[in-house]
Design a binder for this molecule. Structure first.
Ligand SMILES: NC(=O)c1ccc[n+]([C@@H]2O[C@H](COP(=O)([O-])OP(=O)(O)OC[C@H]3O[C@@H](n4cnc5c(N)ncnc54)[C@H](OP(=O)(O)O)[C@@H]3O)[C@@H](O)[C@H]2O)c1
Length: 311
């Protein structure tokens, strides 16, 4: 019998997607057309294709205009930039996302910087990064927050009565997950440690954490005895490993079977952070639509648990 409470990311994401669908209806009523999301993918990578299909399907299901651009892997950087430029100038499109990772002939930084900041619903553009950096404690960013850390923040706000003063350790410092996660936790008045591959004594650093976020990209890297008793563990990792009989299996960056014995609450993989990432992409697109059309901004948040915050 697992000791930790399981954080159901699928159910939480459904709740946020419901809120985005309500926002889409209001946006349609107030400006005459729904929020529009354009998703671009290069190449045939099966897992990336599956993510993109989920994003476009969920956007359509929430009442968004949803457009998917499937480009060949050989697409040149200038061809991709030309498409982004066109979408930047398309009024019906509020949000543009390009599925990473890109083939070697395309510079990721150039692509991220080409997306108009007001349509950058992934929140990767330097303008949106800067807005997150500039947000004061307790304030929301005036820009777009990257979807995965925003989803983590929503889950934490529901689990904990108050994040202020908690020890938070984030393992991984990517621009997509780790760095913005650390900034969000800092704005929640946590005491934040951002760990990476040069961090010494990582296990004992992790053992300090009331909140432990793992975004490393290594299967079951964070062991159970790195988890403080009662900590909240958010496992961002998605790793495909070989399973039994030639099958493959998804596992996180945390050794779940071990960590579940010590954590107070933990996200599973799959069914934890992943669904929240997609829901937050839709939420950012609804926000983009409202900002671009000067409509009242919707608020997205998870309702508290019936039995109140966990700690
Ligand atoms: N659930 C979702 O929706 C979602 C979204 C995005 C990503 N992901 C998953 O999350 C994971 C991380 O993604 P990412 O894009 O942030 O990865 P990334 O860009 O590869 O960054 C990995 C980070 O982990 C650190 N790291 C690597 N080995 C380490 C070690 N031995 N000790 C401590 N730190 C170490 C790296 O440190 P250095 O900087 O020092 O190299 C780096 O900062 C991946 O599994 C990815 O698939 C999931």
């Amino acid at each position: 019998m697992p000791k930790a409470r399981l954080i159901d990311g699928k159910l939480a994401a459904e709740e946020i997607r419901g809120q985005t669908a309500a926002a889409a209806q209001r946006i349609l009523a107030e400006r005459g057309f729904p929020p529009g999301l354009a998703v671009i993918i290069l190449g045939e990578h099966a897992a990336s294709r599956a993510y993109v299909r989920t994003k476009t399907r969920m956007a359509a299901a929430a009442g968004f205009l949803s457009r998917q651009f499937d480009l060949p892997r050989e697409t040149s950087e200038s061809e991709l930039l030309a498409l982004i430029d066109k979408l930047n100038r398309t009024p019906e499109i509020d949000g543009i996302m390009v599925q990473l990772h890109l083939p070697p002939q395309v510079r990721t930084a150039a692509v991220i910087e080409a997306i108009a900041p007001e349509k950058d619903v992934d929140g990767f553009h330097a303008v949106n990064g800067g807005r997150l950096l500039a947000a004061s404690p307790g304030q929301q960013s005036a820009g777009f927050v990257p979807c995965t850390p925003w989803g983590c923040q929503m889950l934490l706000r529901r689990e904990l009565r108050n994040l202020a003063g908690r020890e938070a350790v984030v393992v991984g410092r990517s621009n997509i997950v780790g760095k913005p996660m650390a900034l969000l936790l800092l704005n929640e008045n946590c005491t934040v440690t951002l760990a990476h591959s040069h961090t010494r004594e990582l296990a004992s650093v992790c053992r300090r954490a009331d909140i432990l976020v793992a975004a490393v990209g290594r299967p079951e890297f964070v062991r159970g005895d790195w988890v403080k008793q009662g900590a909240i563990v958010l496992d961002v990792g998605i790793n495909r490993i070989a399973g039994e009989g030639g099958t493959s299996q998804l596992v996180g960056d945390v050794a779940f079977a071990e960590a579940v014995e010590r954590a107070g609450a933990i996200t599973p993989v799959p069914g934890g952070i992943g669904p929240m990432t997609v829901a937050c992409l839709l939420a950012n697109t609804a926000l983009a639509a409202c900002r671009r059309s000067s409509l009242e901004l919707p608020a997205f948040a998870l309702a508290p648990h019936a039995d109140g915050p966990w700690a």
